[in-house]
Design a protein around this ligand. Structure first.
Ligand SMILES: [Zn+2]
Length: 172
């Protein structure tokens, strides 16, 4: 596209190419293909050749473990690196403690490491992120990963449900 030198609006805006011009462009494009392999396919033969070439090929890093020393170097080099410029307090829309419960929940969910088992019973896989202090603070340590049952008993929901059930049974 050609830009006019007077403004940011495209030179072509509101203008149409003539039919002849369009036809010329179409013909010029015909039979032309993208750069390299884009839009093209290898033939069966070539694909077979490529497959044969790869037989017995072992990646250089297969079954290799990084040495402790190297791990340490990597860890040190990576810690403290700022990957996000606008995050948390830096962000213009950061609401801090005023954020909604849901927003805080999502924030915690992203930050809190999820264990493989429930933090309370240690048997079932956790599915609920439970708040401990019932104040819903923006604090990772104020939350724990619980399974559904543990979460219900902690909240007292199971007790309430049982009560309701017993009342229903009495009525019958
Ligand atoms: Zn549990």
């Amino acid at each position: 596209m050609v830009k006019s030198k007077y403004s940011h609006i495209s030179f072509w805006k509101g203008k149409k190419l003539s039919k002849e011009h369009r036809e010329k462009l179409r013909l010029a494009k015909l039979g032309k293909k993208g750069i390299g392999m884009t839009g093209r396919k290898h033939s069966e033969e070539t694909r077979l050749k490529m497959r044969i070439k790869k037989i017995g090929y072992i990646p250089w890093n297969k079954n290799k473990k990084m040495s402790e020393e190297y791990c340490e170097i990597m860890r040190k080099s990576q810690t403290g690196i700022k990957r996000f410029k606008t995050r948390d307090g830096n962000h213009h829309n950061w609401k801090g403690e005023k954020a909604s419960l849901y927003a805080i929940h999502v924030w915690i969910r992203r930050r809190k490491y999820k264990p493989t088992v429930c933090e309370e019973c240690g048997i079932k896989p956790p599915c609920d992120l439970a708040n401990i202090s019932q104040e819903y603070k923006r604090d990772v340590n104020d939350y724990e990963w619980l399974c559904r049952k543990c979460h219900m008993t902690k909240d007292g929901r199971l007790e309430k449900a049982r009560e309701r059930m017993s009342i229903l049974n009495m009525k019958q």
